[in-house]
Write a protein that binds this ligand. Structure first.
Ligand code: PRP
Ligand code: URA
Length: 209
C-alpha cells in the first residue's frame, strides 16, 4: 500500500500561507510554488538509492555516497503542474520531463486528456507526477492510469494542496502509489474547488483570470 506523506515544515507552511492569500500576485505565486516544490523535492527523493564512489579529497582518497545511476521523469499535469517543474529540476537537473495535458470539464468536473508526450524509455524510470491541486482526484487518477497503461510501474504523486476526497480517490484507484502533499485541506465546495484551498492554481500561475 502506498503511503500519504504530508510534508510539514515551517518554511513550506509559511510560503503556502502566502500562496493562499488572494492578494498574492501571479509573479509571487509562481515564485513561491517553485520554492515549495524544491523544498518538497527533498522529501520526495529521500528513498532514492545511492552507491559509493571513490573520491580524492584534498587530503586522501575515500568512499562517499553518490546517487545510483537511474532515470527520473517529472510529469506535470498541464497546465498548473508546470509551476512545480523548475523547482524540482533545480534539485534534479538530471531528470527528464514528460507532459500530460488534462482539463476538468467545468460542468461534469471530469478530466479530459488533450496531450501526452514522454521522454523515450520513461516506462522504466521513477516517475514523479506533479500537480499543485488534488481536488476530486479525477485528474490524478486519470494521469496515473494513463502512465500505468503504457507500462510505468514506479510512480509517485506530488501535490501542493489536497482535499480528503482526492486522497481517498487516488488511494482507492492506485493503492500502490505514494502521495506527497504539503497540506490536506477540509473539503471541496459545490464547484469541486478545495476549501479553504488557494483558488484556481492554473489561473493564478498564468494570470488567466
Ligand atoms: C486543476 C488542477 C488539477 C485539477 C484538480 O486543473 O491543476 O489538474 O484541476 O482537480 P481534480 O482533482 O478534481 O481533477 P484544471 O483542470 O483547472 O486545468 P488547468 O491546470 O489547465 O487550469
Ligand atoms: N483546481 C484548482 O486549481 N483548484 C481547486 O481548488 C480545484 C481544482
Amino acid at each position: 500500500m502506498g503511503s500519504l506523506h504530508v510534508i510539514t515544515h515551517p518554511l513550506i507552511e509559511a510560503k503556502l500561507t502566502r500562496m493562499r492569500d488572494r492578494r498574492t500576485s501571479s509573479p509571487e505565486f509562481r515564485a513561491l510554488l517553485k520554492e515549495i516544490s524544491l523544498l518538497m523535492g527533498y522529501e520526495i527523493t529521500r528513498d532514492f538509492p545511492t552507491k559509493t564512489e571513490s573520491i580524492e579529497t584534498p587530503l586522501c582518497r575515500a568512499d562517499f555516497p553518490v546517487l545510483k545511476d537511474g532515470f527520473f521523469t517529472i510529469v506535470p499535469i498541464l497546465r498548473a503542474g508546470l509551476g512545480m517543474v523548475d523547482g524540482l529540476l533545480e534539485l534534479m537537473p538530471f531528470a527528464h520531463v514528460g507532459h500530460i495535458g488534462l482539463v476538468r470539464n467545468e460542468e461534469t468536473h471530469l478530466p479530459e486528456e488533450y496531450y501526452y508526450k514522454m521522454p523515450e524509455g520513461y516506462e522504466q524510470s521513477v516517475v514523479m507526477v506533479v500537480d499543485p491541486m488534488l481536488a476530486t482526484g479525477g485528474s490524478a487518477v486519470d494521469a496515473l492510469t494513463s502512465l500505468k497503461r503504457r507500462g510505468c510501474t514506479n510512480i509517485r504523486l506530488v501535490n501542493l494542496v489536497a482535499a480528503p476526497q482526492g486522497v481517498d480517490a487516488v488511494r482507492a484507484a492506485h493503492p500502490d502509489v505514494d502521495i506527497y502533499v504539503a497540506a490536506v485541506d477540509e473539503t471541496l465546495d459545490e464547484n469541486a474547488y478545495i476549501v479553504p484551498g488557494l483558488g484556481d492554481a492554473g489561473d493564478r500561475i498564468f494570470g488567466t483570470r
